[in-house]
Design a protein. Sequence first.
Length: 96
Amino acid sequence: MATFISLVNFTDQGIRNIKDSPDRLAAFKTIAEKSGVSVKAVFYTVGQYDMVVIVEGTDEGATAAMLKVGSLGNVRSETLRGFSPEEMKKIIGTIA
């Protein structure tokens, strides 16, 4: 399974309803699960981003889950494909 790291910010709507954030997170976990995605870690943060979410799944599943949660209007995200050191070693090994 691929690893994805999402850097998340609350929208105006999301911050106005901040008290609902833990419930929205639970709903996201359900959405992710239905897309075949496993939520590995979630951190609320201070600074440039409001949350960091780490998930594992297929490209299609992770994309579907993030699109669904984004369509609800509470967050915007920037999602990065993460590679473990072992995965990167294998990728580097293919360089001629």
